[in-house]
Design a protein around this ligand. Structure first.
Ligand code: FAD
Length: 819
């Protein structure tokens, strides 16, 4: 049998190798357009930073080795131009010698892969704009970096390749900004898991521009390049990497008349045969079935390509084999985090109209008492009969192990009841006697058995206060990190004794740090006749989604030079505190206890493995009158330096109350009006305060929210009333009108003209300046709900908050305005 293979990397090389093992006598020829076969495209981003130092390590094997070991005829720099199916020949162009020739086949395998999408936008062909998909492209970027020594980079696209590139450029010392069209990175996971990634990226200095797309690239005034986005951002940069997805290389198949699906993938059966039984196809270029929906899908990953290659080779050799389809399992490292997922996510389940439930847990990767324990945010999606549809996880360690177990469970068509029972390996350094997979199975099974009812993070702010009360069962010390306005605080151990304080005429949404204590509380409450519901994932998940991916701003490190601070105070003491292995609320409680023992001015250096602590510690220090001097994240370890505040600023927190911070010289403003003149006044004042080095916080409510709307329409789900509201209200700063002398638009136009003449910034420019100067722009969640305005419709960088956040800011300021 003579077998020709088009494409010599993942799918092509794997087919050839397997075929040789099952068919020693076959003649096998690989044609590869590029100069290398079987290279490690998955490793390319890591050579940018030098994590994979030696470029040669990416060349997994050579044409010579494949010939010597497997008796393969490997021809590089050979572009297959066409297929003559009637005569069973292909035409090949020898790119080195510029000649065409033909080759006959008994069987032909296509594994041409996919190519990065380069959008047809102005400037994408500028020098300094790259894609990364193969070795020559990697060489170009490395060479360019060497000669141009860039300081700044913009990565367009927040998929796994974009994120890996962003991380490696940061490791190389560049300042990286990432532009992503969706409101989240990592599309395979649900928003709340992506939100943890957003926080982590920001902590590592990657500036995110979510919900924004690339508009054009031009040569910049201040820098070699300028990336213009749809929302009007102008990002000065030295280097741009486009990473917005891939398109199948299927022209060859299409021209040969093989059956194609509408998006350009090659149709294959479960033996990987195309519509021509002598032509097989595998890898990124093919359409395959989803094991979960039974529908056709595609998946550009190396694992499925390798498995399809094995099926194709075996079938060519006469074996009776079937490719069963894909479930979609992937993993990626993003700095200290591992993000992994398997099966379908919420969006895909909704699109496929499959009814499902979900639960989220934050269990440790291994026994908490063994060094290095760290939490994993694990979300399980399942059907009403317990069918496991998907799982997603984020954490610093042990993440992929759990996802792989659940992937196996999906493959084996197991249920959540099986996850409860799975016997998984355990010793303290590796896991727990109740593995996170078991625990998420318990939670799911509890829900299906009716032992627990859950609501998700995004439902909390929509609860009708006439029907619902929120019960927070954390310790009072934890409230300093975050709290929900109006929530009743009764710590879990006190619940039984304080049942009389809870309303019986309302449903209770019970929340804690991770969803575990609230589950215990909910069981107590239900058995005492309360209608109690657990907030799945607790504050941990809630906080990830409500920090707007802007953690460093929230953390507000007060001093970056702790040594200066401590050396000034001769009598102070330095302490260290090991909170590794503890997860929420452990590190905060331990810190709280330690700070209580310390004297004013003393400094404690806390180490923790819970990444959530990195975000919490800043908020905690701020609300308790202490100072966060330094914060560092390195190799899965958070190190925070906290200085005990002055005596009058440090307070103990009592149940149900938030500590009151010390008033400062800052400004808070409630912007109620959506009139142009009033909005301009608000931003002139805010920018003035910011220019004086004072903090300004603007809380936008009711008509004021229109100032913050994006000018472009944004696709969001709304009911009819919300849609009508949206149409009637001005969309963004450009559409506002004067409160007086509007004169059917003439007055507004005149004011804008006069501002331009006298070089006064327009309102959108004032807003941008305010954001750049650190003015906090808060949108009132309650008013947004009332007016049907969604987060996606607001400008980037706006914090969606309840009134408590405004109250906390107001208590720190001594100038308040209502506009
Ligand atoms: P490829 O491996 O891309 O091979 C196709 C080859 O066909 C190419 O070399 C091309 O030059 C050649 N070719 C195309 N047309 C012709 C022609 N007409 N004539 C001759 N030759 C032709 N997947 C994961 O699972 N995990 C990861 O971590 C991961 N990381 C990645 C990182 C990067 C930067 C990239 C680019 C991809 C990554 N992938 C990852 C995806 C994975 O590499 C692909 O899914 C896999 O390589 C697909 O295999 P394939 O054989 O279909 O295509």
């Amino acid at each position: 049998m003579k077998v020709l293979i088009v494409g010599g990397v993942a799918g092509g090389a794997a087919t050839a190798a397997r075929l040789r093992r099952v068919s020693e006598n076959s003649e096998i020829i690989i044609f590869e357009k590029g100069p290398y076969v079987s290279f490690a495209n998955c490793g390319l981003p890591y050579h940018l930073s030098g994590t994979i130092k030696d470029r040669e390590q990416l060349l997994v094997t050579s044409a010579e080795d494949l010939h010597d070991l497997l008796n393969l005829d490997v021809r590089t720099n050979q572009d297959v131009l066409s297929i003559d199916r009637a005569n069973k020949t292909i035409t090949v162009r020898d790119l080195l010698n510029e000649r065409d020739y033909s080759e006959s086949y008994d069987k032909l395998l296509l594994s041409p892969g996919a190519s990065p999408i380069v959008p047809p936008l102005p400037g994408v062909d500028h020098e300094g704009v790259f894609v990364l998909h193969n070795i020559p492209e990697l060489d170009d970027i490395v060479e360019w970096i060497k000669t141009h020594q860039p300081k700044k980079a913009v990565v367009v696209g927040g998929g796994f390749i974009g994120l890996e590139v962003a991380e490696n450029l940061v490791e190389l010392g560049l300042k990286v900004e990432l532009v992503e069209m969706l409101n989240q990175v990592m599309a395979p996971v649900d928003y709340e898991l992506a939100a943890e990634v957003h926080q982590h990226l920001e902590m590592h200095g990657v500036k995110l521009h979510l919900g924004d797309g690339l508009k054009s690239i031009e040569t910049g005034a201040q820098s070699p390049l300028q990336v213009n986005t749809n929302s009007g951002l102008e990002l000065a940069t030295d280097l741009v990497i486009l990473s917005i997805g891939v398109r199948p290389n299927s022209k060859l198949a299409k021209d040969a008349g093989l059956e194609m699906e509408p998006r350009g993938h090659i149709c294959v059966n479960s033996q990987m045969q195309t519509s021509d039984p002598d032509i097989y196809a595998v890898g990124d270029a093919v359409q395959i079935d989803s094991c979960l929906t039974g529908k056709a899908t595609f998946l550009a990953l190396a694992g499925p390509a390798a498995k399809q290659a094995r099926i194709a080779a075996d079938h060519m050799a006469g074996r009776d084999v079937n490719f069963k389809g894909v479930i979609g399992t992937s993993v990626v490292k993003i700095f200290d985090l591992t993000v992994a997922s398997t099966g379908l996510n919420s969006r895909q389940l909704k699109e496929a109209q499959i009814p499902f439930e979900s639960v989220t847990t934050h269990e440790n990767n291994h026994a908490g008492y063994y060094p290095g324990a760290a939490p994993i945010q694990l979300k399980l999606l399942f059907g009403p009969q317990g069918q496991v549809y998907g799982a997603q996880a984020v954490g610093t360690s042990g993440v992929e192990k759990r996802i792989d177990v659940i992937a196996t469970a999906i493959h084996g068509k197991m249920t959540v009841y099986d996850l409860e029972e799975l016997e998984l390996s355990y010793a303290p350094p590796f896991g727990s006697s109740r593995d996170p997979v078991n625990v998420v199975g318990f939670m799911a099974a509890n829900l299906l058995r009716g032992d627990v009812e859950v609501i998700r993070w995004d439902q909390v702010s929509q609860l009708d206060p006439n029907e619902w009360a929120i019960l927070d069962v954390r310790y009072p010390e934890e409230l300093a990190v975050s709290a929900l306005p109006g929530a009743i605080n009764i710590p879990l151990p006190e619940i039984r004794a304080r049942l009389g304080e809870l309303p019986r005429d309302k449903r209770l949404a019970v929340i804690c740090g991770t969803g575990k204590r609230s589950y215990f509380a909910q069981r107590i409450l239900r058995q005492n006749g309360f209608d109690a519901v657990n907030v799945s994932g607790g504050f941990k998940t809630y906080n990830f989604t409500h920090r707007n991916g802007d953690t460093m701003k929230q953390v507000e490190i007060t001093q970056t030079a702790p040594t200066t601070q401590t050396s000034q105070t001769t009598t102070t003491t330095d302490y260290s505190l090991d909170a590794c292995g503890l997860q929420c609320p452990g590190p905060i409680l331990k810190l709280y206890k330690k700070v209580n023992e310390m004297n004013d001015g003393d400094v404690v250096t806390v180490t923790a493995t819970d990444m959530g602590f990195a975000a919490d510690v800043g908020a905690w220090a701020k609300t308790t009158g202490n100072s966060l001097l330094a914060l560092d994240i390195n190799k899965g370890m958070v190190t925070a330096q906290v200085q005990k505040g002055l005596a009058q600023a440090t307070q103990s927190v009592s149940a149900g109350s938030l500590p009151t911070p010390t008033p400062g010289k800052d400004l808070t403003m409630v912007v109620f009006s959506g009139d142009l003149d009033k909005a301009i006044a608000a931003f002139i004042i805010a920018n003035g305060f910011a220019a004086m080095g004072q903090k300004a916080t603007l809380f936008f409510t009711f008509w004021g929210l229109n100032i913050l709307r994006k000018s472009e329409p944004v696709k969001v789900k709304k009911n009819l009333v919300e849609k009508m509201f949206g149409w009637m209200m001005p969309r963004g700063a450009k559409k506002l009108t004067l409160s007086q002398m509007h004169m059917m638009g003439a007055g507004t136009a005149m004011i804008k003209g006069i501002m331009k003449k006298y070089n006064v910034d327009s309102l959108p420019e004032m807003i941008r300046t305010a954001q750049e100067n650190g003015v906090r722009l808060l949108a009132c969640q309650m008013s947004m709900d009332l007016m049907g305005i969604k987060q996606e419709e607001l400008l980037d960088g706006i914090e969606i908050v309840g009134v408590a956040t405004m109250a906390a800011a107001a208590s720190e300021s001594n100038t308040h305005y209502f506009i």
